[in-house]
Write a protein that binds this ligand. Structure first.
Ligand code: RB5
Length: 153
């Protein structure tokens, strides 16, 4: 599994912690920035990671901003992206099993690093359950086709 990682200045510290976790766990990942605390615009980093995942070059994305909200809203504008804001382990598991979420978003200003790493670990380890959920995800794809033009992934 190849993971694309990104953040804005509000998520930089947590992204570094997630990076250390991924490195120690021998996950394959690339960091799409931001790389310092200078104020930046979260849609720019959502775009990089979301496009990397939607293109098929990466299997999953993890995006972090102050709240996890803005960066997730932006990522979800890219066809093929199902970004889920998860601040608890139950939601992290459900976003994979039920929604086949391909991007996880979190807010550094909302949760601590211990919980964030449990969420990342669970989210990366959980498979899509398929069955009735596949029909629903297919309906999400159909909404994309109807409103955005292209929902290939
Ligand atoms: C940046 O100050 C902050 O607005 C951003 O990180 C995020 O929380 C937006 O949703």
């Amino acid at each position: 599994m190849k993971i694309a990682l990104g953040c804005d200045h509000g998520g930089l510290k947590l992204k570094e912690i997630v990076k250390e976790f991924l490195t120690k766990g021998n996950y394959r990942f690339d960091d799409f920035g931001t790389f310092n605390e200078e104020s930046v615009d979260y849609p720019d980093f959502a775009e990089k990671v979301a496009e990397a995942v939607a293109s098929g070059a990466y299997d999953r994305g993890v995006l972090i901003c102050g709240t996890g909200i803005g960066i997730g809203i932006a990522a979800n504008k890219v066809p093929g992206i199902r970004a889920a804001l998860c601040h608890d382990v139950f939601s992290a598991r459900a976003s994979r099993e039920h929604n086949d979420a391909n991007v996880l978003t979190m807010g550094e200003r909302v949760i601590g690093p211990g919980l964030a790493l449990e969420i990342v670990k669970t989210w990366l380890a959980t498979d899509f359950a398929g069955c009735r959920h596949a029909r629903r995800v297919e309906k999400i794809r159909n909404l994309e086709k109807k409103h955005l033009g292209n929902g290939d992934k």
